[in-house]
Design a protein around this ligand. Structure first.
Ligand code: GLA
Length: 415
């Protein structure tokens, strides 16, 4: 053993202490930095962005909260009323963010009180960079102040975006805000929105309750629009980008394929299919349409409790495409009590006749060691869109799936 002089030992000890402090500061990669029990099942609510973009104000949010109650959405499970970008005014002399005084003259606390009085919760939006994507003040360098302000306002949910972040690394930036939320002390659901660019499914679970897996959704079935360095995508394109991600999601930490365009798509069949597919994915169900003007058909889709139950199943397992043919997929999702959800997806515009001979199907979720014993056991079929029983797996299923639509069933084992 070599001998070291006292100064060398002291210096080494100092180095060690500094390194430990730094490690502590950055946090171990798997250190849990989020409030527990906020998202045992995928979060449900509404967000302003998909329909209103920056054109939001407190009256719109209040009216939306009222419709969430009157339409039955709240009672069907939708809880969060979320402001997206552009609610911001400027920072006060002490650096505390204020709402836009013209659009939110009563302030955010009053809005939260209004929403809470209706049994709902309020969400807010910020960004890990210097400015939000809409050019409003970002939280970089103000994380603790912003988290404290949200807590003082009784906010319940934070969507945290990724524009104008310079050379920040997302794991550091999101961890900093997560720590700030914990320090502020109010349980706030933390929604990571960096579009899947840095594989948040690999580092997001200890920090956030959900993470966007893709760029922005848009209200089309199967289109993509380029905006230069980013694209927005229609429903099918977003769906297909979820491949390989199901293993990373589960209770408390969800893959987020973006807020819904239900009610905004060109065809009601597309709205229906979109909703069913998000439920099959166990995605957060955040409506993005104008609730004040939604049609009875849109309302029926959003409040379909049998489909919602698939999304909210307590096992929290995402579904996956069990079979794919050109223009057609069969999706399956394991549910609690050995039940399964099955969605037959017609990607094409023309109707498609489908025959499923259950006794020849081998439905298995190898990842989670679950298997539907369809050759051995009879399952009852429940049509989740028509709300009726649809026979059993003892007979082949014959169904015509309209263009850009789904048929969706719950399979339950008979005794
Ligand atoms: C990004 C997000 C969107 C929305 C806008 C707001 O594009 O991905 O969901 O929040 O910013 O500017």
């Amino acid at each position: 053993m070599t001998r070291r002089s006292l100064p060398t030992i002291l210096a080494a000890a100092l180095c060690l202490t500094t390194a430990a402090a730094a490690a502590n500061d950055a946090g171990a990669d798997d250190e849990t930095l989020k409030f527990p029990n906020l998202a045992a099942t995928p979060p449900m609510g509404w967000n302003s962005w998909n329909t209103f973009a920056c054109e939001i104000n407190e009256q719109l949010i209040r009216d939306t909260a009222d419709v969430m109650v009157a339409s039955g959405m709240r009672d069907a499970g939708y809880v969060y009323v979320n402001l997206d970008d552009c609610w911001h005014g400027s920072r006060d002399d002490n650096g505390f963010i204020q709402p836009d005084p013209k659009r939110f003259p009563s302030g955010i606390r009053a809005l939260a009180d209004y929403v809470h009085a209706r049994g709902l919760k309020l969400g807010i939006y910020s960004d890990a960079g210097t400015k939000t994507c809409g050019g409003r003040p970002g939280s970089q360098g103000h994380e603790y102040q912003d988290a404290l302000q949200y807590a003082r306002w009784s906010v319940d949910y934070l969507k945290y975006d990724w524009c104008n972040t310079g050379d920040r690394t997302p794991a550091e930036a999101y961890r900093t805000m997560a720590r700030a939320l914990i320090a502020a002390g109010r349980p706030i659901l933390f929604s990571i929105c960096e579009w899947g660019d840095n594989k948040p499914w690999l580092w997001g679970a200890p920090i956030g309750h959900q993470w966007r897996t893709t760029g922005d959704i848009m209200n089309c079935w199967d289109c993509a629009v380029s905006h230069g360095n980013w694209d927005s995508n229609g429903v099918l394109r977003i769906l297909d980008k979820q491949a390989g991600l199901r293993q990373y999601a589960g209770p408390g930490h969800w893959n987020d394929p973006d807020m819904m365009e239900v009610g905004n798509l060109p065809a009601a069949s597309e709205d229906r299919a979109h909703f069913a597919l998000w439920a099959m994915l166990a995605a957060p169900l955040i409506a993005g349409n104008d609730l004040r003007k939604m049609s009875p058909a849109t309302r029926a889709i959003l409040t379909n409790r049998e489909v919602i139950a698939v999304d909210q199943d307590p096992l929290g397992l995402s579904g996956f495409p069990y079979k794919k043919e050109p223009g057609f997929d069969i999706w399956v999702k394991p549910l609690a009590h050995d039940a399964w959800a099955v969605a037959l997806l017609n990607r094409d515009a023309t109707p498609r006749k489908v025959r499923v001979d259950w006794s020849h199907e081998e439905v298995e979720d190898a990842l989670n060691h679950r298997r539907a014993e369809l050759a051995k056991h009879v399952y009852k079929l429940r049509d989740l869109l028509a709300h009726r029983d649809a026979g059993t797996t003892a007979q082949p299923l014959q169904v015509a799936v309209p263009g850009h639509d789904v048929a969706m069933y719950r399979l339950e084992r008979t005794k």
